[in-house]
Design a protein around this ligand. Structure first.
Ligand code: PBE
Length: 268
């Protein structure tokens, strides 16, 4: 790749997302740890704006570096790759876990049981995400997925009794993956008779709200790496119901047409 100086072409900028995201913080750490990224900047943005910038660069076959993650619809829509990370700054494969407030099991045993039994695959999540990325309403896409996947939903609701308008609040961050999972779980809870509120917040606030008991739960804990710092901070004050999805991953993502495979291929 001796002929291509991607740094200059992209103005030494990595297109980031919300600064509270684990992948944003990990990318700032990568900039500190890799000599090759010396002088680069991780630009704060939003998940939606990152996806738009990626799509625009992709259409013009221009170079772009984004803070990326799996599951995400961008891998279905574009040919992309993760750059190798020989220093392991981004960690390995992760799980997404469900966290609930203390006392939920006693207060709302049916909600607790549903949340405990919720689990799906990256393919499931991507189905919902892809529709939403094409402009569908998240609540409607979630409802359609729930109707089309009755067998899975039956497992989640096994032994769960219907309720009469009990209020439940889930918090999430408006990342495409979490919009999908939270809307699906919210829809199932609604079908069970709950009065569901889904509240979008910042990442740190999501953890704080469940640990402080202001919210009942969330299905968006990326572990052990991406949210490891927040888990450490709040683990004594919330209940970890374990994984709801395996095979999650974060990293530095580029289009496949770029002639580069590893972060260390970049010219300093
Ligand atoms: N993400 C999506 C989040 C977790 C889910 C990878 C953008 C993060 O980096 O914190």
């Amino acid at each position: 790749n001796g002929d291509v100086n991607y740094g200059e072409e992209v103005d030494y900028a990595i297109t980031g997302i919300e600064p509270g995201a684990g992948v944003f913080k990990a990318t700032e750490k990568a900039v500190e740890e890799y000599e090759n990224l010396k002088g680069w900047e991780v630009q704060a943005s939003s998940s939606g704006a990152m996806a738009t910038a990626l799509g625009e660069a992709y259409d013009k076959e221009e170079p772009i570096f984004v803070t990326g993650w799996t599951p995400h619809w961008k891998f279905a829509k574009y040919d992309l790759k993760y750059l190798e990370d020989p220093k392991g700054v981004y960690g390995d494969e992760e799980t997404i876990n469900t966290m609930v407030r203390e006392g939920l099991e006693e207060d709302m045993p049916n909600a607790y049981k549903l949340l405990d039994q919720f689990n799906w695959t990256t393919e499931d999540m991507e189905e919902v995400m892809l529709e939403v990325s094409e402009g569908a309403d998240p609540a409607e896409s979630a409802a359609t997925w729930v109707e089309d996947n009755a067998d899975k939903v039956e497992e989640w609701t096994d032994g769960v009794e219907e309720v009469d308008g009990e209020e439940i609040e889930l918090v999430y961050v408006e990342w495409d993956s979490e919009v999908a999972s939270t809307n699906v779980v919210g829809h199932v809870l609604e079908n069970l008779g709950f009065d569901v509120t889904l509240t979008p917040v910042d990442n740190a606030v999501m953890w704080q709200a469940v640990a402080g008991g202001e919210a009942d739960g969330m299905v968006a804990a990326w572990l052990p790496g991406t949210h490891g710092d927040l888990y450490e901070q709040y683990q004594d004050d919330l209940e970890d119901l374990g994984e709801n999805l395996e095979g999650a991953k974060i990293g530095l993502v580029v289009p496949k047409y770029m002639d580069i495979d590893s972060i260390e291929d970049l010219e300093p």
